[in-house]
Design a protein around this ligand. Sequence first.
Ligand code: F6P
Length: 328
Amino acid sequence: MLSKISKFAVLTSGGEAPGMNACIRAVVRSCVYHQLGVVGVHRGYDGLIDGDYEPMQASSVRNIIHRGGTVLRSARSQRFRTPEGMDTAYQAMRTADIDGLIVIGGDGTFRGALEFSQRHTIPVIGIPGTIDNDLHGSDFTIGYDTALNTVVEAVDKIRDTAASHDRLFFIEVMGRDAGLIALRAGIAVGAEDILVPEHPQSVERLLENLETAHRRKKLSSIVIVAEGEKEGNVFKLAERVRQQMPGKYDVRVAVLGHIQRGGSPTCADRVLASRLGIGAVEKIMAGETGKMVGIINNELALTPLSLAVKHINTIPSDWMRVVEILSI
Ligand code: F6P
């Protein structure tokens, strides 16, 4: 395989996700395998601007495949959103003789990467690393599977207390613009209802469902709400039920929050991260740029970064039916 690139930089940016370390390991080790130089950039795009680079060898990434978070650390860089920030980053990369960039992150990371690759002639490839699974061009993103398992474990525990006290719980899960965590985890925990931004459901419809459940003498219920849900947050929903259905439900709220981003990655995330890390290095070596590597139908696939960030609705239409049928 011929490559004009001799030294890569790899960084993690945006909300960290379990499996990012496994991915860094794969990028570094495949660079070493192909006898290319590689530096790890600390603190995402902020570190890229500041020249905060760490030369890496195979041994730099030992014993990290199982660790959550990101050893390179992450940031949501404001400076990289400015032309000056991008130009300073480019100069810092040139000074360090870096001629290829691999970014691991979500849509904010990719928007930055896209603009950077258009402004400066440097090859850039993205690897999908976000618990939200909201990138077009990969069936799964790194961290999604681990986050789902964290949610399922937490909600199963909440189910125990809900059932013991005959309570209705509204549980908020992460997913700023996407309901994929809510939907998949909601099905897995047997939620009575799931509210996601992609399928706006009126609060009236939720109240109807709760009335029906009450008539059927369902004693406890779990409603999973994606944080990006347009109809209101969990606290407002709980208040609405208290006011409109007085005496019928003892309502509680739980916001799972950042525990969803932590923890040791699952087997699925480690394998996905390893495949994508190697894929990214080999694709950029082959001359690809401005694209995201993903896995579609178990095959490595490339998608332009401009398309990857488009938030194309990825909720299969039959999934909401599954929820409806199983929650009777
Ligand atoms: O993009 C990942 C994510 O965890 C979203 O689900 C969530 O809305 C956001 O990051 C939270 O970001 P922060 O940690 O910056 O508050």
